[in-house]
Design a protein around this ligand. Structure first.
Ligand code: MG
Length: 414
């Protein structure tokens, strides 16, 4: 899901390299239908979905339907036509994308959709008993209170069915985020009661060391130049504002059932350390490696095994120094705002995330300023607090609040 984005393309690269172990059976994209079609042709995929309904009527949509029916070649017989139709499917719209998460022949769903739109797909995948390989951190930021109980249920089912590994976590929910993949690996074989702290590392983004005054005139192009990781536009902006790290703190809270006062962020500019776990005896385990998202993606798919690396391993002799610093939360206010939203809990992270998505999209479109992102997020959070933060009850409730927060955010663009 999200196959034409940065994580999606890299996931398909992993599938290409391990074609003996991985078969792609379904693909969904937001709006890059041409790229989806070429992926579907390369991997021979017949279950397809496109999120953006405005593409209805485009010639490429007919080509995708033909790909779903067969090869676009007319069937030789009625029986063949029926067989082809039974195997393939094509859907247009957000519901069609989420429905693909329940595809019977899929064992694993890689959710690399962008933003809160990924929540329903995560929910459907786990509810259908799939392994959820999760790159869409918003699923947990917005709906962690709904997703984690489902994941626990899916883990229990995997244990009962004998499909879970003999040792370690049952693996129904595999994080693809590099920090969480790192923590996941550091925790294997450990007793959760002996974990003292999670250290989530941050590169610090392209504007590390700058003052607020220096950030006033930042352009989208400058913010899109991330120093270490190669990612999509939304997450790259979030990395530069440290909102991404804030979302990751909330994600870690849910994934590892860790209270917020035991999750710390540390800037590690080389991004060689992907995160760390500190134990009660003062020992710290760190996960290191090349900064290439294909490694955490592959681990989420290979767990509990390890497969050959798709990239050159880290050469410590070439690395030089490892630096550490505290994040500057006064300048990069999104981190503090996200932590506050997480600690308050309930529906506040949902509202915060929606406001951030709108503010970032506006900034990318040249309709808002860089510092205005945090101001917009804070204004919408304050409005929600005045109206009353709620307990998370359902997907419908979250989608309704998400829509409210988006319209409120549009009124607060700076
Ligand atoms: Mg990350």
């Amino acid at each position: 899901m999200g196959s034409t984005g940065s994580i999606g393309v890299q996931t398909l690269d992993v599938a290409r390299r391990h074609a003996d172990k991985l078969e792609v059976v379904g693909l969904a994209a937001g709006r890059r239908a041409e790229e989806l079609l070429s992926q579907a042709r390369e991997f021979g995929v017949r279950c397809l979905a496109v999120g953006d309904e405005r593409l209805a009527g485009e010639p490429v949509i007919d080509e995708l339907r033909a790909q779903a029916r067969g090869t676009g070649v007319p069937p030789a017989s009625l029986a063949q036509a029926v067989a082809r139709r039974a195997e393939g499917s094509f859907g247009l719209g957000a519901e069609a994308v989420a429905a693909l998460a329940q595809l019977p022949e899929a064992d694993v769903v890689v959710n690399a959709l962008v933003g809160a739109a990924g929540l329903r797909a995560s929910y459907e995948a786990l509810a259908a008993g799939k392994v959820l390989a999760l790159a869409n951190k918003e699923s947990l930021v917005v709906g962690g209170d709904l997703i984690m109980p489902l994941a626990a249920q899916a883990d229990a089912q995997r244990r009962a069915a004998g499909t879970a590994p003999a040792h370690g976590p049952a693996g129904a929910l595999m994080p693809i985020d590099s920090e969480h993949g790192a923590i996941y690996q550091c925790l294997i074989g450990e007793d959760a009661r002996e974990v003292a702290r999670l250290w989530v590392t941050a590169s610090g983004g392209p504007f590390r060391g700058r003052t607020r005054a220096q950030l006033e005139s930042v352009t989208a192009a400058e913010a899109l130049a991330h120093p270490t990781w190669n990612m999509g536009a939304k997450i790259t902006i979030d990395s530069s504002t440290l909102m991404n790290k804030g979302l990751e703190v909330i994600e870690a809270h849910h994934l590892f059932a860790m209270p917020y006062d035991r999750i710390s962020v540390v800037v590690q500019p080389q991004s060689a350390i992907h995160s760390m776990v500190e134990f009660t005896d003062g020992s710290v385990k760190a996960h290191l490696g090349t900064t290439d998202m294909r490694i955490p993606i592959q681990y989420a798919l290979s767990y509990p095994e390890r497969w050959d690396a798709p990239v050159a391993p880290l050469d410590f002799r070439m690395l030089g120094g490892l630096e550490f610093a505290a994040p500057d939360e006064d300048t990069f206010r999104c981190l503090a705002l996200a932590r506050h939203a997480g600690e308050a809990g309930g529906t506040l992270p949902c509202v915060m995330n929606a406001a951030n998505e709108v503010a970032v999209a506006a900034f990318l479109a040249g309709e808002g300023t860089y510092l205005g992102i945090a101001e917009c997020v804070e204004a919408v959070m304050e409005a929600h607090k005045r109206a009353g933060v709620q307990r998370v009850e359902s997907l419908d409730q979250l989608e309704e609040l998400d829509a409210w927060a988006r319209s409120e955010a549009r009124l607060n663009l700076r």
